[in-house]
Design a protein around this ligand. Structure first.
Ligand code: TYD
Ligand code: MG
Length: 481
């Protein structure tokens, strides 16, 4: 006999009960319980009689049509998607309001439409006139993008089912969409989830690629939150410091490509400009000759990126000194500080420490340890580091400088940008990939590097500037080793 799978489900929070009651105990809402079949929506009478359909099983080696991609014509965008939009895939672009999501997508869609593809842009947030105004400002109003200001998913799906299947559909934003199939208001979790589901079904059925725009809420999650993230094929996040012109597009999840690539853009009066050589951009406003800055030779995905790390170490009167970091992992900073204290004899407990990655870039690599340590010590002893040097290397808890991947690529980029020296892990010396034209300073322990920087500080202190005397290595006690 078929088991009874009917239960009472709260339409507000999704809690299920086997008896009706006036108030949902999970969320406290009144009158929200409705009877639902939790076995998958097929009526019991049909389900019990339905005989299972048979399907063919296939081998792994079988031929599947490879995922044909639609290249956007924007190199930086294609780099992040892994070579273009995959047919039938759904991509979520998240970011703070005003960061430039609509601008980016207006530019990408216009270029595709100009190339002869059927491209549809549905705006749920702005009126058609506003979207036109933006396109005009970007000099793209002649592009044959098909435009509409709509929010009903059913209407959108019916309209798009007519005529040729669009190659790409932009939904700006998923939070404004609503579907008849659920009762809750637009923007709620249930609506966002149901709307996204309907659009994903449409994409899989027709082969059109869909881009959903999602706003990030204050706590950094995409509202209608995260429910969409696991449903889509790729999640891109568009980030940047509000005050700066640089915008970074990063893949958070990608079923069809890498997740460590970044695309770099600059917001100008005429829209987003692609930045093909980010190192030049991140180093363009370098403060040459200031203590506390070190250039890190990093890798983002397949591309080397040089960026300046800035540190400020200042005496504090606070019982618990401040530790603030922008663009790097705070626990990584704590670790580097602990190693400096424990193994190199650098006393930092009486100092506030600030660390900043210039240009609004966010670094995830442990290879930045050495550059961060160099910047911190340089600030502490008030000794400027050589302006023509780059730093990279991971620091272990024992104070050993460990090798990192892709040494040749880092050195090549540094040489290309006119750097003369590199401070790198001793064990990486063998894999420099031939002479990159840099003079190499291989260090095997952090103590060595600290001593070198301290020596620069003392030389400086002796020669001039008595005011800086108290900023010389007097602050160092000899490390126990
Ligand atoms: P927008 O794409 O509307 O952001 P989002 O869709 O992520 O909310 O971009 C908004 C900001 O970009 C706005 O503050 C103005 C700025 N902007 C420019 O600086 N230059 C431009 O050419 C455009 C179109 C916008
Ligand atoms: Mg927008």
């Amino acid at each position: 006999m078929a088991k009874n799978t009917l239960s009472f489900v709260c339409q507000n929070c999704g809690a299920a009960y086997n008896r009706w009651q006036g108030k949902c105990e999970a969320c406290g809402e009144w009158n929200t319980l409705a009877e639902e079949d939790t076995a998958g929506g097929v009526p019991v009478s049909i389900r019990s009689k339905r005989k299972g359909r048979t399907f063919a099983l296939e081998s792994l080696a079988g031929k599947s049509p490879d995922a044909p991609r639609l290249s956007s014509g924007m190199t930086e965008l294609d780099r992040v998607t892994g070579g273009g939009f995959v047919r039938g895939s759904v991509l979520l672009v998240g970011g703070d309001p005003g960061i430039g999501k609509s601008t980016l997508l207006t530019q990408a869609t216009s270029m595709l439409a100009r190339a002869g593809h059927r491209i549809v842009y549905i705006s749920g947030e702005e009126a058609v006139a506003q979207v036109r105004l933006r396109a005009e400002r970007l000099g793209l109003s002649d592009a044959p993008v098909q435009l509409a200001a709509e929010t009903s998913v059913e209407d959108i799906v019916s309209t798009l089912s007519e005529g040729a299947v669009p190659r790409l559909i932009v939904i700006d934003s998923i939070q404004t969409m609503w579907t008849d199939t659920v009762e809750s208001a637009p923007g709620t979790v249930t609506q966002v989830r149901a709307s996204a589901q309907a659009l994903i079904r449409f994409a899989k059925k027709t082969g059109a690629a869909i881009i959903l725009v999602g706003h990030v809420t204050k706590d950094g999650q995409i509202a209608g939150p995260r429910v969409v993230e696991h449903m889509v094929d790729a999640v891109l996040s568009f980030e940047g410091e509000g005050s700066q012109q640089f915008r970074i597009l990063r893949a958070v999840k990608n079923r069809f490509g890498p997740t460590d690539e970044i695309g770099v853009f600059e917001m100008t009066g005429l829209g987003l400009r692609e930045v093909t050589n980010p190192s030049e951009l991140f180093l363009s406003e370098r403060d040459l000759g200031t203590p506390g800055t070190a250039v890190f030779a990093g890798i983002e995905g397949t591309r080397p990126v040089l960026v300046e790390l800035q540190a400020l170490v200042a005496p504090t009167s606070l019982g618990t000194p401040r530790r603030a970091v922008v663009g790097w992992d705070p626990s990584r900073l704590s670790m580097v500080l602990a190693v400096l204290e424990a193994h190199c004899g650098v006393k930092l407990s009486g100092h506030d420490v600030y660390l900043n990655v210039a240009g609004g870039l966010r670094i995830n690599e442990p290879a930045a340890d050495l550059a961060a340590a160099a910047a911190l010590v340089s600030s502490l002893v008030n000794a400027q580091l050589p302006t023509d040097a780059v730093y990279f290397g991971e620091i272990s808890l024992s104070g050993v400088v460990r090798p990192v991947a892709q040494t040749p690529a880092r050195l090549k980029e540094a040489a290309k940008l006119g750097f003369q020296r590199a401070v790198l892990p001793e064990s990486a010396r063998g894999e420099t990939g031939g002479d990159a034209g840099l003079s190499l300073n291989a260090v095997n322990s952090l103590t060595t590097l600290v001593a070198e920087i301290a020596a620069r500080g003392s030389r400086r202190g002796e020669s001039n500037a008595p005011a800086e005397k108290n900023a010389t290595p007097a602050r160092f006690r000899r490390g126990e080793g």
